[in-house]
Design a protein around this ligand. Structure first.
Ligand SMILES: Cc1cc2nc3c(=O)[nH]c(=O)nc-3n(C[C@H](O)[C@H](O)[C@H](O)COP(=O)(O)OP(=O)(O)OC[C@H]3O[C@@H](n4cnc5c(N)ncnc54)[C@H](O)[C@@H]3O)c2cc1C
Length: 420
């Protein structure tokens, strides 16, 4: 029996689910989502720090992030708890980085809430802005001179967002098959001649579907399988422009951690903002459900670009790279390491923006470059418009973008100036 669908989506992470939801609203389509794990969001979505921000300078990024945040706030207030906490983003800067960013502050301020926090206010929050003991001197730690605080930023629970899109997609008749790994894409030549050796180059060669659990399923294929996209795309001769990069999070609890949960002047919240020290590739995020902090880093050089099925966290990475930063700037040296996990960013090294492209039966929605949660809503809307041939996408809140703005061919090339 032929199993035929209008669309087969590979991957039930936040992006596959958002695409499934918005695609199901575009017509009476038969849509199937295939997921190798036993439930939704078990890939990089559940590994995420799930921070969101609209601190961007490019028009496309501003529209994509602002509309997604507005949608999440709407859902959180009216439909379903998303664990959304608007605690703000605090980006700490040394003299050099402050000078570099001075020119973009007016741009940021023109579209969102931004405060510059001076060093004395940072010290008041308990930060040691200028560590100078022997260890700090050996590490040549930079002196923090100010912070950029983004008010329309915060954190969410990534699994609850995935759950929201899943429930919406189910309501609209989208089918799901879990524990189902897609092994390969099926390529056919048309018209089909039934001759050995097909497809021939002179035929109309197309992706006709997938092989999953030894079953052939026919339909337009949407690869939303994040860092694993190349495993299916490359054998079929398709370049995805996605490179996997491992990222880890370490969860800490204990008495010294309670100081991260005091009400502070910056966000007027009983918890620090999501705080970044880009000069030393470090961030710390409060987790309100467990009164813990999550500490992570973003090592670029010396971190291989390679895909892993189940990346494991490295305790030594925490001990030698992150713990000294925590000790020096935040005065934390006594804690319980209560959890750790690792995932991978699907990096698009062309411009660090998502990739949404394809035609002729195959589409790729990936390359979220560490921003897949905060941009998932807009990505789902843009992808579903592109796939159904709509030239313009209406985002939540009524802004419009070109549906091909994140394709490889017609990419919106305005450079993002605020990358940290
Ligand atoms: C440590 C860490 C911190 C992060 N922090 C943030 C943050 O603060 N803010 C933010 O916005 N983003 C953040 N991200 C990025 C964010 O998590 C991702 O951008 C987002 O989850 C990508 O969603 P996805 O649906 O594309 O991928 P995934 O959630 O990985 O989903 C892809 C799915 O495809 C499935 N799959 C793969 N291959 C197959 C196959 N052959 N057959 C069937 N199924 C398959 C996988 O099992 C998986 O469930 C972070 C990521 C990590 C790892």
């Amino acid at each position: 029996m032929a199993h035929t669908y209008d669309y087969i989506i590979v991957g039930a992470g936040v992006l596959g689910l958002s695409v499934a939801n918005y695609l199901s609203r575009k017509g009476n389509f038969k849509i199937l989502v295939l997921e190798k794990h036993g439930s939704i969001g078990q890939g990089n979505t559940s590994k995420s720090a799930a921070g969101f921000r609209d601190l961007f300078t490019s028009e496309l990024n501003i529209k994509v992030s602002k509309s997604s945040i507005a949608y999440y706030e709407y859902v959180h207030k009216n439909l379903k708890n998303l664990g959304l906490e608007k605690i703000g983003y605090l980006i700490l800067e040394d003299e050099q980085s402050a000078r570099r960013h001075d020119k973009i502050i007016p741009k940021l301020k023109s579209h969102t809430g931004v405060d510059l926090v001076d060093e004395s206010d940072l010290i008041e929050t308990g930060l040691n802005t200028n560590p100078s003991d022997d260890e700090a001197r050996m590490m040549e730690l930079p002196h923090i001179v100010r912070g950029i605080f983004g008010r329309n930023c915060g954190v969410m629970d990534p699994e609850l967002i995935a759950q929201h899109y899943y429930e919406e997609a189910l309501k609209r008749g989208v089918e799901f098959k879990f524990n189902t790994e897609v092994k390969k894409l099926v390529i056919k030549g048309y018209p089909e001649l039934g001759i050995e050796g097909e497809p021939f180059t002179w035929q109309d060669v197309k992706i006709s579907g997938v092989i999953a659990n030894d079953l052939e399923l026919n339909g337009n294929v949407i690869l939303a399988n994040d860092v694993w996209v190349n495993k299916l795309a490359r054998p079929a001769g398709i370049e995805s422009f996605v490179s996997p990069k491992k990222r880890q999070i370490f969860q800490l609890k204990g008495d010294q951690i309670s100081k991260f949960f005091r009400k502070n002047k910056l966000n007027n919240y009983p918890g620090i903002p999501f705080t970044f020290l880009p000069m030393v590739e470090f961030y710390v995020r409060p987790s309100f459900t467990e009164n813990s902090i999550w500490v992570g880093g973003s090592d670029e050089l010396n971190r291989a670009i390679e895909v892993e099925d189940d990346p494991l966290p490295e305790k030594e990475y925490f001990e030698y790279n992150l713990a000294p930063i925590l000790r020096q700037y935040f005065g934390v040296n006594n804690f319980e390491l209560s959890g750790m996990w690792a995932g991978q960013y699907s990096m698009n090294y062309i411009d660090l923006q998502p990739i949404i492209f394809g035609d002729n039966g195959i589409y790729i929605v990936s390359g979220s470059s560490g921003s897949g949660i905060m941009k998932a809503d807009a990505i789902g809307r843009i992808a579903s418009s592109l796939i159904t041939g709509e030239k313009i996408t209406e985002l939540y809140g009524g802004e419009y973008v070109r549906s091909d703005a994140l394709t490889i061919e017609n990419r919106d090339h305005e450079k993002e100036e605020f990358i940290f």
